[in-house]
Structures are given as structure tokens and as C-alpha cells.
Write a protein that binds this ligand. Structure first.
Ligand code: UP5
Ligand code: MG
Length: 194
């Protein structure tokens, strides 16, 4: 029965496209739990667990951490929350991520929609370099940013295209200021019986 399943919205888009910014707002207004796969990986790295060093290397290189690690972190966070409605931010970002997700979570989840933020790369680069002055993120430097863009094009865009074929994708232009972007996002969540 769909009502007992976890209800999930995947939130995707290039590095710096505003996934985190918008998810914070969606969460506050629509009662979702916000799970950023990147944040979960960074927390795992900080915990010094046995996968910490590996995660560290992948993130700095803009590469996608082996799917099993990310899916297990997401599954645990969903379970521990005790809630049912989730924004899964920044995942799945490869075909392999998606396969692993279906394998582990397939029967437990009902996918509501895939929200995709679209923004030109020059704008993204500008935002990330600006954020890099204070973020402390090991991947907010020009070299890592370029690698993140490449990974996005090569591995993440094909997944978005697959969701598009399934009719799940809603694209929002995230070039305008956050308030303007959120107005469009609100419309997708209001009345969409999510
Ligand atoms: N900003 C946001 N919206 C704006 C707007 N409308 N106008 C102007 N400025 C705006 O925003 C980025 C910056 O832009 C901020 O300074 C913000 O104020 C400003 P943010 O909301 O943080 O964008 P977001 O899309 O969340 O950017 P983020 O850098 O988090 O995206 P990434 O996808 O690159 O990072 P993530 O944390 O998801 O992943 C990092 C790495 O972890 C990956 O590269 C990968 O190595 C690894 N990873 C995996 O391996 N597997 C996963 O499943 C997930 C991550
Ligand atoms: Mg983010």
C-alpha cells in the first residue's frame, strides 16, 4: 500500500544550482524531511569512520562515492527520522546510484516527483567560488568545481533524462534570486497532492 511507503522527492541539478537553499524552504513550508546526500557524506567523513578517507578523496575529486555507502546513509537517516516525507537532495547522481537505490529501497518508497534546478554553468561557477571563500568545503575551488561539472554532465544528466522519460521531472530555472525560484517551486508542491 502506497500510504505506508516513504514518499520521496528527488531534488537534482548541477553543483550550486540551489538544491540546499530551496530544500530548506520546501521543508519549512511543506513538512518534508530534508536529506542532503552530500551533507550525509560530509558528516560521515567528519565522523572518522572507516569510509571517511575514501569519501574525502571522492568529494575533493568531484567523483561519485560508491552507491552502497550513500544509499545506506540515506536509508538509515530515513528510518531514524520516524517520518514519511523526504526531499532527497543531490541523489541519485549516476545510473549506478539509481540501480542501488532501487535494489535497497525500491519496495519501501513511492517516488512523488523529481525536481530539477537548471542554471547556466557560468552562474554556478560564480556562486560556488563566492561560497568557497567561507564554506570550508574541500570542493569549492576552481579545480574541484570543474571536475564536479564534468561528473554532472557525464553521469548525472543521463539519470535526469531517464526520469524525464518516466514523466517524473519538473524543471525550474534557478538563475533568478531564491525568492523568485521558490515561488515556482511552491506551485509544484501546492495542489499537487504531495
Ligand atoms: N544560491 C543558491 N540559490 C541561489 C539563487 N537563486 N541565486 C543566487 N545565489 C543562490 O547554493 C549554492 C550557493 O549559491 C550558495 O552560496 C547559495 O547561497 C547560492 P546551494 O543551495 O548550496 O546549492 P546546491 O545545489 O545545494 O549546491 P551544492 O554545492 O551542495 O551541490 P553539489 O551537488 O555540488 O554538492 P553535494 O553536497 O550534493 O555533493 C557534493 C559531493 O558529494 C559530490 O560532488 C560527490 O563527490 C559527493 N556525493 C556523492 O558522491 N553521492 C551523492 O549522492 C551525493 C554527493
Ligand atoms: Mg547542497
Amino acid at each position: 500500500d502506497d500510504l505506508e511507503k516513504y514518499r520521496v522527492v528527488f531534488v537534482l541539478g548541477g553543483p550550486g544550482s540551489g538544491k540546499g537553499t530551496q530544500c530548506t524552504r520546501i521543508k519549512d513550508e511543506f513538512g518534508y524531511v530534508h536529506l542532503s546526500a552530500g551533507d550525509l557524506l560530509r558528516a560521515e567523513k567528519a565522523s572518522g569512520s572507516e569510509t571517511a578517507e575514501l569519501i574525502n578523496t571522492y568529494i575533493k575529486e568531484g567523483k561519485i562515492v560508491p552507491a552502497k555507502i550513500t544509499v545506506e546513509l540515506l536509508k538509515k537517516a530515513m528510518h531514524d527520522s520516524g517520518k514519511r516525507k523526504f526531499l532527497v537532495d543531490g541523489f541519485p547522481r549516476s545510473k549506478d546510484n539509481l540501480d542501488c537505490w532501487y535494489e535497497v529501497m525500491g519496495d519501501l518508497v513511492s517516488l512523488q516527483m523529481v525536481l530539477v534546478f537548471d542554471c547556466p554553468e557560468e552562474v554556478l561557477q560564480e556562486r560556488l567560488l563566492e561560497r568557497g571563500k567561507t564554506s570550508g568545503r574541500s570542493d569549492d575551488n576552481l579545480e574541484s568545481i570543474k571536475k564536479r561539472f564534468r561528473t554532472f554532465h557525464e553521469q548525472s544528466e543521463p539519470v535526469i533524462n531517464e526520469f524525464r522519460r518516466m514523466g517524473k521531472v519538473r524543471i525550474v530555472d534557478s538563475t533568478p534570486p531564491p525568492d523568485v525560484v521558490f515561488k515556482k517551486v511552491q506551485r509544484l508542491f501546492t495542489g499537487a497532492s504531495l
